[in-house]
Design a protein around this ligand. Structure first.
Ligand code: HEM
Length: 120
C-alpha cells in the first residue's frame, strides 16, 4: 500500500445509532474521519490503518486489489529500470496541505528493459 496516500483522511461516515468501537462509546450522529496513514492491518479490523475503509461499506474490491497490486508492481519492475535524474535519493518530505503532496516534485526516469515489441 502507498506510504503516502493522496489524502490523509477518508470520506466522513456518520454513526446511525449509539455503539462501542474498540472500547470507545460513539453516540448516534457522530461524524467519523478516519486517518488512512498508519499501521499495517489492511483488512479493516484495525482502525489505525484502513486504506480500503472498514465495516459495512468496506471496499468490495479488496481481494481483487490484493491480487492485482503485486502483479502491477512486478510488471513495472520487470519492464523498466527506475532512477532519479542525478541518482540522488528520492526526497520523501511532505508539503503541508489537506491532501498529501510532495515538498519536492518527483522526477523519475523510467528506462525500458525489454525488447521494444513487448511494450505495444
Ligand atoms: C488499491 C486498490 C483500492 C483501494 C485502496 C480502495 C479503497 C477504497 C476505499 C477507501 C473505499 C471507501 C470505503 C468506505 O467508504 O469506507 C472504497 C470503496 C469502494 N471500492 Fe475500492 N479500493 C481499491 C480497489 C477497488 C477495486 C479493484 C474495486 C472494484 C473492482 C473497488 C470497488 C469499490 C467500490 C464499489 C466501493 C464502494 C463501496 C460502498 O460504498 O459500499 N475498489 N475503496
Amino acid at each position: 500500500m502507498r506510504l503516502y496516500p493522496v489524502a490523509p483522511l477518508q470520506l466522513p461516515h456518520q454513526s446511525m445509532e449509539d455503539c462501542t468501537v474498540s472500547g470507545y462509546h460513539v453516540r448516534a450522529g457522530t461524524q467519523h474521519f478516519v486517518n488512512a496513514l498508519k499501521d499495517i492491518d489492511l483488512r479493516g479490523q484495525n482502525f489505525e490503518l484502513i486504506p480500503f475503509g472498514s465495516g459495512r461499506r468496506i471496499c468490495p474490491g479488496i481481494s481483487f486489489a490484493f491480487q492485482v497490486m503485486p502483479l502491477i508492481l512486478a510488471s513495472l519492475l520487470h519492464g523498466f529500470d527506475f532512477a532519479t535524474p542525478l541518482d540522488e535519493p528520492v526526497d520523501m518530505e511532505e508539503a503541508k496541505s489537506l491532501t498529501i503532496n510532495r515538498a519536492t516534485p518527483l522526477k523519475a526516469l523510467l528506462t525500458p528493459r525489454l525488447s521494444a515489441s513487448l511494450y505495444d
